[in-house]
Design a protein around this ligand. Structure first.
Ligand code: ADP
Ligand code: MG
Ligand code: ZN
Length: 486
């Protein structure tokens, strides 16, 4: 744990793989899981004389992301070469943006430790290309031990890099920031945002300083984190490691580190200790990236309502709790489906919300939730809630109906008709069930009569069971009360 006299300062660099059909500067397809080195050409392999041509869709998606985070998108930006040597970087340099990035400014709000929103300022959003992949642990009969293989399919894949100011203060805020970035890039359709498939990656920078100090402490960078849980764990480990050093009077070394998920700790990266000299210079093969003002305005106008604004609207308009609104806005398809259902049954938005949350989401697996793939059409949920509200079915039957609908068994009204799922309000059969249940449990009934009402709810449950869940709970309650009070 962090001693009270120290404060963590955290800044993130998030790489977002843009969802283009082709690569950043060539016509190779962007594919995941294809045969190694099957999607390459002279441009992304860096053959001499091959010329890059910027992908318009890359610029559009990058600008869309920048606009959605409130950045100033610059009419003119420039590509630069960042030189370093690594087997998976065939050109010996990466095309990126340096002193003239696509966009600057902007912000993303996170939920702070006290629960209120805190702004995290964005320093920049710039475009760059990805490197290939080194496969160190390759196995196979034709791979001698100790050999590293290189797959260049990923080389040249378009990325947008979001660089924050060091405004984050805790590992949970950093994790929250990243999950908001993930939701946003999916929400606005610029990326799959899948950390497992590497379409969202993060470098986390962290330093400690005396609480309240202005000057930041020595920064450590943890590279290439590929899950939100890893970002949180790596930062937690760094915070305690650095705090320990400072308390022992040792200095923190300004190194680049890697997170080891198995041990939950970070270790210095080999060969990264020397100060890096990337020798940035403007890429002579590429002219400035010029974005038309009217085109940018169109892009801005085409953005959907942002997720945070939508959450706030659901709270203000429909009276949902902030937590429920946040769950329903986890993905845009889910929020759309919810609002579609509310539009069909506007008299009870909270009822619709509760059947979405407890009915549908509870029955969906993780991947369906992430993708917002609903097992049931919104109209069916609207109809279901309408049938609860007009007294046709009980809640218990409604829950069974959700199971049937999820299994793909027809429509709400058809199921109610065919299976006779109507709620019974007719007193005759309910009174008979009440009498039978009371007669079968004379001791409990006597206790209940004697004022020990603890078993009343149990009796209600028994009567519901005896009527196959179809009895109207209101009628059951009334008739039981009558019999017990008599
Ligand atoms: P570089 O260009 O060398 O990577 P930058 O100054 O551009 O370094 O910062 C990169 C990231 O590190 C940014 O997200 C920034 O907010 C963060 N950062 C910078 N200084 C600190 C610090 N002292 N502690 C924590 N994070 C920092
Ligand atoms: Mg960096
Ligand atoms: Zn190519």
């Amino acid at each position: 744990m962090l001693p009270v006299d120290l404060e963590a300062v955290i800044g993130l660099e998030v790489h977002v793989q843009l969802k283009t059909r082709t690569k950043a500067f060539c016509a190779c397809p962007v594919v995941f899981g294809a045969a190694p080195n099957g999607a390459v050409c002279p441009v992304c392999l860096g053959y001499p004389g091959a010329l890059p041509v910027p992908n318009r869709e890359m610029a559009a998606l990058g600008a869309r992301l920048a606009l959605a985070t409130g950045c100033d998108v610059h009419a003119r930006s420039a590509f630069a070469r960042k030189s370093y040597f690594y087997p998976d970087l065939p050109k010996g340099y990466q095309i990126t943006q340096f002193d003239r990035p696509l966009a600057t400014g902007g912000r993303i709000d996170v939920r702070g430790t006290d629960g209120t929103a805190r702004a995290v300022r964005l320093r920049r959003v710039h475009l760059e290309e990805d490197a290939g992949k080194s496969i160190h642990d390759a196995q196979g009969e034709d791979v001698p031990p100790g050999v590293t293989l290189v797959d260049l399919n990923r080389a040249g894949t378009p990325l947008a890099e979001i660089v924050t100011e060091p405004d984050l203060r805790t590992p949970s805020e950093a994790a929250d920031f990243l999950s908001r970035v993930r939701r946003l890039v999916r929400w606005i359709g610029v990326s799959d945002g899948s950390m497992e498939e590497g379409s969202l990656r993060c470098d986390a920078n962290v330093s400690l300083r005396p609480a309240g100090a202005e000057e930041p402490g020595t920064r450590v960078e943890v590279k290439n984190l590929n899950s939100i849980a890893h970002v949180r764990k790596a930062l937690e480990h760094e915070v305690s490691r650095q705090a320990e050093a400072l308390r022992a009077g040792r200095a923190v070394a300004a190194d680049s580190r890697l997170f080891d998920p198995a041990s939950g700790s970070t270790r210095p990266m080999r060969g990264k200790e020397e100060s890096e000299d990337y020798r940035y210079f403007p890429d002579p093969d590429l002219g400035p990236l010029v974005l038309d003002g009217a085109w940018l305005e169109e892009l801005a106008a085409s953005l959907p309502e942002p997720p945070e604004a939508r959450e706030a609207r659901l709270v203000a308009q429909l009276g949902l709790s902030p937590a429920d609104a946040a769950t329903l806005c986890a993905t845009r398809p889910l929020a759309d489906a919810f609002e579609e259902a509310v539009a069909l049954h506007p008299s009870n938005a909270r009822g619709v919300a509760s059947w979405f949350l407890g009915g549908l989401l509870a029955r969906m697996g993780d991947s369906a939730r992430q993708e917002g793939r609903l097992p049931v059409a919104p109209a069916a949920i609207a109809r279901l809630v309408a049938r609860i509200d007009d007294g046709t079915v009980s809640r218990r039957i409604a829950a069974e109906l959700v199971d049937l609908l999820c299994a793909g068994a027809g429509d709400v009204d058809g199921l109610i008709r065919e299976r006779g799922l109507f709620q019974v309000t007719d007193e005759g059969p309910i009174r008979a069930a009440v009498d039978a249940v009371l007669a079968a449990n004379p001791a409990l009934a006597a206790a209940c009569r004697g004022g020990k009402s603890a078993s009343f709810a149990w009796f209600v449950g028994q009567v519901m069971k005896a009527t196959g869940g179809k009895a109207s709970p209101a009628v059951v309650n009334r008739l039981l009360r009558e019999r017990l009070d008599a």
